[in-house]
Write a protein that binds this ligand. Structure first.
Ligand code: ADP
Ligand code: MG
Length: 597
């Protein structure tokens, strides 16, 4: 059946009239539907944002959510919706909700749940499922959803009846933020969505308080302090746990009152500003390799920190590990002191010990001069690459101009291989929780969902709202590219910069591609890393009413960025064509160093 625009309008009107009437009827009677119970329970738990894609059987849940005062953002793929909901959790400490339909809808969201769980970010996924009385019959989109989610979540359950919904939602929200944060799943069968129950039969469940705060064992604090004070080459590593735990004030005090150099992990960037005098990020390899005592604040010794092992760390390094997850203690390296508790509280405990005798790490040590020397040498190398004026541009040139123009308080979303790695060293963060990237799971495709979540949050901040800038590799952009429509629909003024090298890791130039096309079947000869040379991603944004710019030179880049940053109503995409052979500067260690212990 083909609809004309008039029919569509009439259809939408009838549809809303029908649901509006139903909603009014519902509220005047003392009955509530499953959809209303879910929405109201989420609202009671201070869940303010829902991202999802509606369809049978959850459309009424989204409408009830809006009626309950929850902001609903309709996305184009459940994966991106789940990324967005989890970013809300990381940025606010309260989970976002992700609403998906049965079967394939839920399965698409699993990628987002896995990403949230691996990053320790809270999110609550609500999935519609087939009717209970059709279980095992081959129902529409039937799938064992509760079981499927177990591997990707901390908690996965289906309320046994309508009156159990508020308690199960409370448990999902609470579990997502208590202990180590993570993903939780609540299944709602299709028949429960519109089923009704008398309101007075439903147990009232109040809002769960913020997570209880744990303090470290005082004897472990004493051990930590004596290791720290005996250290010759101390280093504080600030992870995204410190960002999530909103520990910026205490961490700054620890750094400034002890005078110890610090190194942020990728999303630990901004807990203290990157230009802080104690930040030794530009000497990362050296700092990791030679530190004799490391204070690990909310970061895991996983691949991002090279497992805490040689060849990247000293084999005798003493780790003072601060984490709220007991099972994390001793992963890969046995800590000299295991400080189990909330970072904010534990750092405050450490500070008490530091202040008691006024201990401070001296600023005139060989350790400081070694680090400073290395930082200066690295800065020189980067500046040389950044100030080249070759055409097409390389990564360093592009990031040099971007970093000069971005407002200091902007939220930087970043993904891609080289784009993310080089961007991380050149795009500075000055505020906590202002960087979102591919994270612990190395997930590509998160960028647009994260940017949408950040922009939706910012849109609630009125005149004080901050810019969201999404710096993407061309390959990374492709995973969730259709979400530019979502940005245009909700008028979210995200600035997307696609650093386009025509491929994954690297690509080929248009002439080579043309030659290659003449040589035979591209499926047999085109290098698997290649993407269409000079693809017009900017036109994709234009197609939905956003602003698109194709740029090749530094001047074009600067004027496109200026135009984009001055427009607070329209999303824009700047497609920066760079040298497809551009690469990272020489590294001391190969990427993803394997440990040799
Ligand atoms: P990064 O990617 O920055 O290295 P990770 O995600 O690997 O960070 O590690 C973050 C760690 O922080 C996790 O082990 C998590 O359990 C911990 N964490 C999260 N919030 C807190 C908090 N408030 N207090 C203490 N530890 C926390
Ligand atoms: Mg690329």
């Amino acid at each position: 059946m083909k609809f004309g625009s008039l029919e569509v309008k009439i259809y939408i009107r009838i549809y809303f009239l029908f649901f509006y009437r139903k909603a009014v009827a519902r509220t005047t009677m003392d009955d509530v539907t499953g959809a209303q119970l879910i929405a109201e329970a989420l609202k009671v738990q201070n869940v303010e944002y829902m991202f999802g894609i509606v369809g049978v059987p959850v459309i009424e849940v989204a409408m009830a959510a809006q009626a309950a005062g929850i902001k609903y953002v309709g996305m184009r793929n459940e994966q991106a919706a789940c990324y967005a909901a989890s970013a809300i959790g990381y940025l606010t400490g309260r989970p976002g909700a992700c609403l998906v339909v049965s079967g394939p809808g839920l399965i698409h969201a699993l990628g987002g749940m896995a990403n949230a769980n691996v990053n320790c970010w809270p999110v609550v996924v609500i999935g519609g499922s087939s009717d209970r009385n059709q279980e095992t019959t081959g129902a529409f989109q039937e799938f064992p959803q509760v079981e499927a989610c177990r591997l990707y979540s901390k908690f996965s359950a289906r309320p046994s009846s309508l009156d159990a919904i508020p308690a199960v939602i409370e448990k999902a929200v609470r579990t997502s933020i208590y202990g180590r944060p993570g993903a939780c799943y609540v299944d709602i069968s299709g028949d429960m969505v519109n089923d009704k129950v008398a309101r007075d039969k439903v147990r009232v469940v109040s809002c769960c308080p913020p997570p209880p705060v744990g303090l470290a064992d005082p004897s472990a604090i004493t051990e930590a302090l004596s290791a720290l004070k005996a250290s010759e080459r101390p280093l504080i590593i600030i992870g995204k746990g410190a960002a999530y735990g909103r520990a910026e004030k205490a961490v700054r005090q620890l750094v400034e009152d002890t005078g110890i150099p610090f190194l942020p992990t990728p999303m630990g960037k901004g807990v203290l500003p990157d230009d802080h005098p104690n930040c030794v990020a530009a000497s990362r390899s050296r700092a990791l390799l030679q530190a004799d005592v490391v204070v690990l604040l909310g970061a895991r010794l996983n691949w991002i920190l090279h497992f805490g092992l040689p060849p990247r760390f000293d084999p005798n390094v003493k780790v003072i590990q601060v984490d709220l997850c007991a099972e994390e203690m001793g992963n890969n390296v046995r800590p000299a002191a295991a400080l189990l508790g909330d970072i904010n509280a534990v750092v405050t405990q450490l500070l008490e010990g530091v202040h008691r005798d006024g201990w401070r790490y001296p600023s005139d040590t060989t350790w400081w001069s070694t680090l400073k020397e290395k930082m200066a040498a690295n800065a020189k190398m980067t500046t040389a690459l950044a100030t080249q004026s070759t055409m097409p541009m390389n990564y360093y040139q592009v990031f040099h101009h971007i970093s000069q123009m971005l407002p200091q308080d902007c939220i930087v979303v970043s993904e891609g291989a080289n784009t993310m790695d080089i961007g991380r060293t050149m795009l500075h963060n000055y505020l906590p929780r202002h960087r979102l990237d591919a994270g612990t799971f190395g997930t590509m495709g998160v960028g647009l969902g994260f940017a949408i979540a950040a922009a939706v949050l910012e849109s609630g901040h009125g005149a004080g709202r901050q810019r969201v800038v999404c710096v993407e590799g061309d390959s990374a952009f492709g995973f969730s590219g259709m979400e530019v429509e979502t940005m245009c629909r909700y008028k979210l003024p995200v600035v997307i910069i696609v650093v386009n090298n025509n491929g994954i890791y690297s690509g080929v130039d248009p002439d080579t591609w043309k030659e290659m096309s003449k040589m035979g079947d591209l499926t047999t000869i085109a290098p698997p890393v290649t993407l269409l040379p000079e693809a017009r991603y900017d036109e994709v944004m234009r197609a939905f009413g956003g602003r698109g710019f194709l740029v090749r030179t530094a001047e074009e880049l600067r004027s496109a960025l200026e135009a984009s940053l001055s427009d607070w109503d329209t999303p824009s995409l700047i497609n920066v064509l760079i040298d497809p052979a551009s690469d990272r500067k020489q590294q001391e260690f190969p990427w993803l160093t394997r440990s040799n212990l």
